[in-house]
Design a binder for this molecule. Sequence first.
Ligand code: ZN
Length: 242
Amino acid sequence: MSEIILELLGELQALSDKMDKMGARRREAETELKRVEEKLQEAQGELAAKQEEHHAVDMERRKKELLLKNEKERQQRIKGRVGEVKTSREYQAVLAETNSSKQAITGIEEGLLKDMEALESLADSVKKLEEKVSRVEADAGEARGRFDAVIGETGSAMEECTAAEKSILAQLPPDVVSKYKLIRSRLGGVAVAQARAESCTACFMRIPPQRFNEVMRGKSVVQCPNCYRILIPARDVITEEN
Ligand SMILES: [Zn+2]
């Protein structure tokens, strides 16, 4: 393995490291956006349910108001009949009807009062939920802005990295390329790792001394016995030895 191959592998490692970091930033921004958007949906759902509840009680209130109007009209009709009363039996009947109408009116008015109180408290809840929805909407707007910014910032850089990776792979021997692609597809990340102090810096496992020395000599493609990444000497180690 020549010096150039070692250098190219080092570049690949730096590139994939950079791409992984950008990928992590994108996922982080995406997760945050999803979290806030879910929160917004939840708040909107709560608001809709409260508005629905308010609407239902308001319908009940309207029905009671209509009932009250009818009952008051009935009361007027009963009063009108008082002048036509001729017998005591008829008088008793009108009296009984008057009482039952009064009771009905009292019952409806009590119900109306309860509805008004409930409506007041529901209107208060609706107002608070509307405020909550606006707050979360603002948060979601910010999260969306941050997400777009991260995608924008990393988009072209990711493309550049992918192009650079492709051009480096074109310069490497096919057996190294196939190893690299296999490891990268399996691990989904960095396929080349630096070896330092007889350890793999990607998985932190120890590398047997003989294999570590092989890495340091840089004459063959050596893989980590644990994570199978292609090992290259750590940059600071090379500097020390030079
Ligand atoms: Zn390893």
